[in-house]
Design a protein around this ligand. Structure first.
Ligand code: SF4
Length: 352
């Protein structure tokens, strides 16, 4: 997801955000800075690079040698391909804050959602290959633009280069919290590399039925894989904490996009979050689904969700007893949902 629905420009409606969890010093410093300073981040880069030789960076575990030019299921090459980097005002309130979230949209993806609003870069692979140093330059420019955080969207397939870019950005004085913006389809190997690097996990929980995940996203064993990943994310970063200005400092946010015909298994997922991650987990409930990409004309997901479906979702949220997060208003039309409206980065090709 991860993708597409993060691009709703309509502000989600907060149902409750308690004023707790501030680090107390008024300013959050990203936790990766510690690892960059003591040399551990460099060690992580080297360990991550080893995974490329028999790629297990995502749960598909293709086992191909990407250092030899082989490409696995996701089709990603060795260098990170980036579609766009920009300040984004439309994330959840503590992520976008007043200064915007510093989003980097990576091309390719470890899932293939039929309805992906970001399909131009996630599945058609638009974008440009960048070096880790160029990626670090993007992070520096986002910090310079006043963004509150570095929001890395669907970056798993490029994990070694992303870690190296963070190491380089740290050397340039970058101290912004890192947001790992993910479909939730993450491997233990990736999450181990991310511990102590990521401040905020912004993670989808897309399905509660594996048959739906397989049919719509070609993601085998999604439910247990994502649930195990979310448990680990919660262990690493805990409940969302915010700085005094309200922006996110550290913690987990679970996103759930409601699909037509309950293919997202919303009630089950919300119950699972409350019972396994805790009722105090911050949840972002998204109403903005529309049939993009291959979903157009598809009998099951070829329409928006109805008012009745959204009302049932709200009832399920109340029944689950979840206390914190945001819900969207059911949008009237597509204006304000920006996924496929985003233009790629402009500028000269590398070396030009
Ligand atoms: S990141 Fe890509 S190549 Fe590596 S295991 Fe996942 S799908 Fe396969």
């Amino acid at each position: 997801m991860q993708e597409s629905y993060l691009f709703a420009r309509m502000p989600p409606v907060m149902w409750r955000v308690p004023g707790r969890g501030s680090r107390g010093n008024g300013v959050s410093e990203a936790i990766f800075v510690t690892l960059a300073t003591n040399g551990e981040l460099g060690a992580r880069v080297r360990r991550a690079a080893v995974h490329l030789e028999s790629c297990v960076l995502c749960p598909r575990e293709c086992g191909i040698d990407r250092t030899a030019g082989e490409r696995g299921w996701c089709g990603a090459g060795l260098e990170p391909r980036v579609y766009r980097h920009m300040s984004h005002p439309g994330e959840e309130p503590p992520i976008s804050g007043t200064g915007g979230s510093g989003v980097v949209l990576f091309s390719h993806c470890t899932m293939a959602c039929a309805y992906c609003q970001n399909y131009r870069w996630s599945q058609l692979h638009e974008g440009r290959d960048r070096t880790a140093a160029e990626l670090a330059g993007m992070l520096v420019s986002l910090a310079g633009a006043g963004c509150h955080n570095l929001n890395l969207v669907s970056a798993t397939q490029y994990l070694p280069a992303v870690l190296e870019a963070l190491r380089l950005a740290s050397g340039e004085g970058i101290r912004l919290p890192v947001v790992w913006n993910t479909s939730g389809y993450e491997s233990p190997a990736a999450l181990e590399l991310l511990e102590g690097v990521v401040d905020i996990y912004l993670a989808d929980l897309r399905y509660s039925r594996d048959d739906a995940a397989l049919e719509l996203s070609d993601a085998p064993d999604y439910v247990e894989t994502a649930r195990a990943a979310l448990r680990e994310m919660k262990r690493q970063v805990g409940v969302l904490e915010r700085d005094p200005d309200g922006t996110a400092a550290r913690g987990l946010i679970v996103r759930h996009l409601v699909l037509p015909n309950d293919l997202s298994g919303t009630e089950d997922s919300l119950r699972w979050v409350a019972s396994e991650l805790g009722r105090d987990t911050f949840v972002s409930l998204m109403a903005q689904y529309y049939p993009a990409h291959r979903a157009e004309g598809c009998p099951e997901v070829g329409r928006r969700i109805t008012r009745a479906e959204w009302d049932r979702t709200r009832e399920a949220l109340a029944a689950a007893g979840l206390e914190n997060g945001w819900v969207q208003e059911l949008p009237d039309g597509l204006s304000g949902i920006a996924g496929t409206e985003i233009a790629p980065d402009q500028g000269p090709e590398r070396g030009a």
